[in-house]
Design a protein around this ligand. Structure first.
Ligand code: S3P
Length: 443
């Protein structure tokens, strides 16, 4: 058995990367395993009965964090020589009291989904995270979990980490979340699996449904309709092997880079194209992007395809409403596309971006201005003038992986080199990003 491994005790060393403009962008790339699906493959199989193999788990810090937490809760997870992980499920309610604080580091998905599982266990656990995660809202999971019967205490009246959780016998509830959030939905579904009676969740717009797909494959009693899901508690899950597809949110950087660069063609192979994630494809199509999806297939209940993007003449668009949850993580890179596109782009209904790894409306607007774009920050979005010739500059990631990578892509199409301070942030989702960038960019 592999014992629990403590989290990193020191902050990572800051890194600076200089991205020079590319002469051409060409090639085929396989991006790392999907971060959202990886978390769920570990967490849902941890409380299933039986043994499951997880292949191509996301290599980034966030997924490693979930792995450490699951092990700290008494779940045996073996790493095979081919890199796959074998999860020995403990069954519903079978997690063990952790010896120490559980550290979700930078990962909101780890913290919120784990809170749902911990709420169903009658031991004490304390959940914390890094400086960024300790600023992010946790009341959105603490409040419904309290209503189900768990004791959840936290800073700022239960709004912020650290959270202290003593769970126990839960009762199903009907809950309407004010935000479309797959993390909130998934936390309640994981708690609801353990509750008496049905747990019903409604959200204002559909969010990604990876949890529903996996739980259904595991035999959970789920009833799903648009914007609403009900889980019946008390049914054991069976372990299910998961082949994690490439992460669409990582692929997004290359798709936009190829659309923006005048000499470009990039294929991302084997990437997840769950419709809850691919709003960027619709946005790019509306902007005139030349993006094609081919070789579509279904792997383990998730749609997978190869996606190719080529040099395009983009024009500005308006984005808002139900499309936002479907491209929520792609707004930083969409904003880079909009800065270069002809004509203005308006992004609305995206106030959620202020509660991500950084306040992304603010950090993205600040970076784009340094790069020479005209951007206005709105309370719930961005107004981007378009038509900018991006110039070399030094931008800071603000510790946010998606900002670091979006700025790097701007460097590939700018007039001069772009320096990314805090480039190490990319490691939480895409540690090989800089290698792939060097490989795809001809100089
Ligand atoms: C995620 C859901 C989204 C997303 C995050 C991953 C998930 O967050 O931004 O990167 O795996 O469930 P919210 O649920 O808070 O919108």
């Amino acid at each position: 058995m592999v014992s629990s491994v403590p989290g990193p005790l020191v902050e990572r060393r800051p890194e600076r990367r200089v991205v020079a403009p590319a002469r051409r962008l060409v090639g085929v790339v396989e991006v790392p395993g999907d971060k959202s699906i990886s978390h769920r493959a570990l967490l849902c199989n941890a409380v299933a009965r039986g043994v499951a193999r997880v292949r191509n788990l996301g290599p980034g810090g966030d997924c490693q964090t979930t792995l450490r937490c699951v092990r700290a809760l008494g779940v045996r997870v073996d790493q095979e020589t081919d890199g796959s992980l074998v999860v020995h499920g403990v069954g519903l309610g079978g997690l063990r009291e952790p010896e120490d604080v559980l550290d979700a580091e930078n990962s909101g998905t780890t913290a919120r989904l784990l809170a749902g599982l911990l709420a169903a266990h009658s031991f004490l656990s304390v959940l914390t995270g890094d400086a960024s995660l300790r600023r992010r809202p946790m009341g959105r999971v603490a409040t419904p979990l309290q209503r189900m019967g768990a004791t959840v205490l936290g800073r700022a009246g239960g709004q912020l980490l650290p959270l202290a959780i003593r769970g126990g016998a839960l009762r199903g509830i009907r809950y309407e979340t004010p935000v479309a959030s797959a993390q909130v939905k998934s936390a309640l579904l994981l708690a609801g699996l353990h509750a008496s009676g049905p747990t019903e969740l409604r959200e204002p717009a559909p969010s990604r449904d990876h949890t529903e797909r996996l739980l259904r494959a595991q035999g959970a009693a789920l009833d799903v309709a648009e914007g609403r899901v009900v889980v019946e508690g008390g049914h054991q899950l069976r372990a299910v092997d998961v082949d994690v597809p490439g992460d669409f949110s990582s692929a997004a950087f290359w798709l936009v880079a190829a659309c923006l660069h005048p000499q470009a063609r990039i294929t991302v192979r084997g990437v997840g194209v769950n419709p809850g994630r691919t709003g960027l494809l619709e946005a790019l199509e509306a902007m005139g992007g030349r993006v094609t999806v081919s070789n579509e297939r279904v792997v383990g209940g998730e749609p997978v395809a190869d996606v190719t993007a080529e040099s395009s003449q983009l024009r500005g668009i308006e984005v808002g409403g139900a499309l936002i949850p479907r491209l929520i993580d792609e707004v930083p890179i969409l904003a880079v596309a909009a800065a270069v596109a002809a004509g203005p782009t308006l992004i609305r209904d995206a106030a959620e971006l202020r509660a991500k790894e950084s306040d992304r409306l603010h950090t993205v607007a600040a970076a784009l201005r340094l790069l020479g774009a005209e951007v206005e920050e709105l309370p719930d979005g961005l107004a981007i003038a378009g038509g900018a010739r991006l110039r070399g500059a030094t931008c800071h990631s603000a510790g946010d992986h998606r900002v670091a990578m979006a700025v790097a892509v701007a460097g590939l199409v700018a007039d001069g080199p772009v320096t990314v301070e805090g480039a190490e942030a990319a490691d939480v989702s895409y540690p090989s990003f800089w290698n792939d960038l060097d490989r795809l960019a001809e100089r």
